[in-house]
Design a protein around this ligand. Structure first.
Ligand code: HMG
Ligand code: MG
Length: 316
């Protein structure tokens, strides 16, 4: 049976996995932060609205970091002010410190995403602090977000490898995870910032982190630099993870991680999960329409496999 996204789901009568995963769309933040062309605010607003219309219920809209560090997202306040909000959709943003939280609360975010790295060098390049100096910055952010009734997700970057230090020992990752949980993070997102992980590593890391936090408080965030992201998502899913990040068309990267390319594409995750009979709640056709629209706005093709297939089908 061919589904609307072109994937071959279970045939009629065939046992369905009857499962569900939750996808968080990070394209408007992780994707656009790495675009060399400046994307007009209108396009960002329409992108977020289209993503919600396609059925994504968790969208990382932008980032309240220092605008000099990430000029591409300097209009975060305006994007939040202008988006039409759909009931049931969580509109979140990256927040590095109390100044960022102040802006995020004013913008009426639904969830706060703090972030730091498992490796010293990346943490310093990305947020200008050592790992130990970062905790006292994040502690009041987490406390104040909770006091405002907002959930806090904590990204741990460079979990599977650092652009400056190479392999990151799992003990180092666990130290950071433990501290963030102790500070009150509701969820930890394990980030393969530069796309170096392989599935066996994912299994080992998820098993270790799952001894500290229930699986529904852990999510996975893969970049697809080496084409391993779908395999890594599958390994995470087999290990019991049900929350994954993706970006439309595979947009993305981290400006402070040389060589990092886009996130695993949300459209490719739909092919993977729908093909396995796992529900996502996302309409693959509407997402494709939005990816095609975004390509036009950016003036370039997006790298996902789903987009490549769609473009070659159009070319006939
Ligand atoms: P800093 O320069 O050390 O900041 O930057 P500071 O605290 O010393 O403050 C200096 C000035 O900046 C002050 O102004 C502050 O008010 C102002 P002054 O008093 O001099 O006039 N300031 C701010 N202004 C607006 N908004 C703010 C803010 N904070 C301070 N939030 C800082 C430290 C963390 C702010 C900076 O390093 C920064 O913004 N870094 C962001 C880097 C970034 O966004 N990287 C990409 C996202 S992470 C990622 O992509 C990885 C992820 O996807 C997961 C994965 O893939 O692994 C999440
Ligand atoms: Mg990222």
């Amino acid at each position: 049976m061919t589904s609307s996204d072109g994937s071959h789901g279970p045939a009629k009568g065939e046992e369905s996995v009857a499962e569900r995963v939750w996808l968080r769309e990070v394209g408007p933040r992780d994707g656009l932060q790495n675009e060399s062309v400046s994307v007009p605010t209108d396009v960002k607003v329409e992108l977020v609205e289209r993503l919600a219309d396609a059925g994504l219920t968790s969208i990382e809209v932008s980032s309240f970091v220092h605008p000099k560090w990430i000029p591409q997202l300097a209009d975060a306040d305006e994007v939040f002010a202008r988006i039409r909000r759909c009931p049931g959709v969580e509109y979140s943003a990256l927040v590095p410190n109390e100044r960022g939280l102040e802006r995020a609360l004013k913008a009426r975010v639904d969830a706060v995403h703090v972030f730091m790295s498992a490796s010293e060098s990346h943490n310093r390049k990305n947020i200008n602090k050592s790992i130990d100096e970062t905790y006292p910055v994040l502690q009041p952010v987490i406390q104040q977000a909770h006091a405002a009734g907002l959930p806090v997700r904590a990204y741990v970057s460079t979990v599977f490898g650092c652009p400056y230090e190479g392999r990151v020992p799992i003990e180092q990752v666990l130290r950071v995870v433990d501290k963030l949980l102790e500070l009150g993070a509701d969820e930890v997102s394990l980030g393969d910032t530069i796309g170096v992980a392989v599935p066996t590593q994912v299994t080992a890391v998820v098993e270790a982190v799952a001894r500290r936090a229930p699986l529904d408080r852990i999510s996975l965030h893969f970049h697809d630099t080496r084409g391993m992201a779908a395999a890594n998502v599958y390994a995470g899913w087999l290990a019991g993870i049900r929350h994954f990040d993706g970006s439309i068309g595979g947009l993305g990267g981290c400006p402070y991680a040389p060589g990092a390319t886009g996130n695993v594409a949300t459209d490719d995750l739909l092919y993977l999960f729908h093909g396995m009979g796992v529900e996502t709640g996302v309409d693959a056709d509407r997402l494709q329409e939005t990816a095609a629209w975004l390509e036009e706005k950016l003036g370039k093709p997006l790298p996902s496999h789903a987009r490549q297939v769609a473009r070659s089908a159009c070319a006939g």
